[in-house]
Design a protein around this ligand. Structure first.
Ligand SMILES: [Fe+2]
Ligand SMILES: [Fe+2]
Length: 259
């Protein structure tokens, strides 16, 4: 089974870029399943619009994952009603959305689990006091067949330790959230692929795909880069944060980046 995974899509231009190329990428790499983290694809980079979620799912993405931005707008929250749109699983009951999905791909079962670390979730108002440890949620999750984890987090060590803990149980632990692609592509001894961060699918030339003038002005004037607000996604050439997995019997045989 060939699985294509895209890291955080940032902004409208990157979403359009991907929509235009998805079918071609699917065909070229003979992809069976596409998973994309869309927590930043809204025009302002915060959450996703209903239209974008629908367009991605109609044009070649099979499962959308999320992160700390999943609840950034009422529209982004409504998108979570779609069974193919996930947000982090490790949250107490009462938070909108769901965090895992079992689907059938070419007569095989695949489970997609979305997890998040505490650091990435600490400033999310919608989940205040409701974050739960990722490993406990993993243990409690219903899983079948090939298991792919989107581990949304800042903490490098935590992602790497988690991957070691589930080596042989998950086909892949794919880091998202930092928007900065990490170089090593590991396949652990038990067959679990690990990349600390897949990297963003977003515009280059800014900071994490966003403009930086407002951040810099905030930092210079108050010492707090976030004091003056969050800039919109920058306009620039799109980079593709994506990995391609070859999986057999729930274990990864090979992982490579595509560009
Ligand atoms: Fe992100
Ligand atoms: Fe994030």
């Amino acid at each position: 089974m060939i699985i294509l995974f895209f890291g955080d899509i940032v902004g409208e231009e990157a979403t359009e870029y991907l929509l235009k190329r998805l079918q071609q990428l699917r065909d070229h790499h003979r992809v069976d399943l596409v998973i994309a983290n869309a927590e930043n694809c809204a025009p302002n980079g915060l959450g996703m619009t209903a239209w974008q979620a629908e367009a991605l799912l109609a044009n070649g993405v099979d499962v959308i994952t999320g992160g700390n931005h999943s609840w950034d707008s009422p529209e982004s929250v409504r998108a979570l009603d779609n069974p193919f749109v996930l947000r982090p699983l490790n949250l107490a009951p009462g938070v909108p959305g769901h965090g895992s999905l079992i689907l059938e791909v070419e007569d095989e079962l695949v489970t997609v689990v979305n997890l998040a670390d505490a650091c990435s979730m600490k400033s999310v108002r919608a989940v205040q006091g409701k974050w739960t440890p990722a490993y406990a949620a993993w243990e409690a999750a219903e899983r079948a067949g090939t298991v792919i984890v989107d581990y949304h987090g800042d903490h490098v060590l935590e992602k790497q330790i988690f991957a070691r803990a589930v080596d042989g149980e998950a086909a892949a632990v794919l880091g998202t959230h930092t928007h900065e692609a990490t170089l090593p592509l590991h396949v652990l001894p038990g067959g679990t692929a690990l990349v600390t961060d897949v990297g963003m699918t977003g515009p280059t030339g800014g900071v994490q795909g966003f403009g930086y003038d407002i951040f810099v002005a905030g930092l210079r004037s108050t010492g707090n880069p976030f004091e003056l607000g969050i800039p919109r996604p920058i306009s620039g050439p799109i980079e593709l944060g994506a990995v391609l997995l070859e999986v057999d019997g729930g274990k990864t045989l090979n992982m490579q980046r595509i560009s």
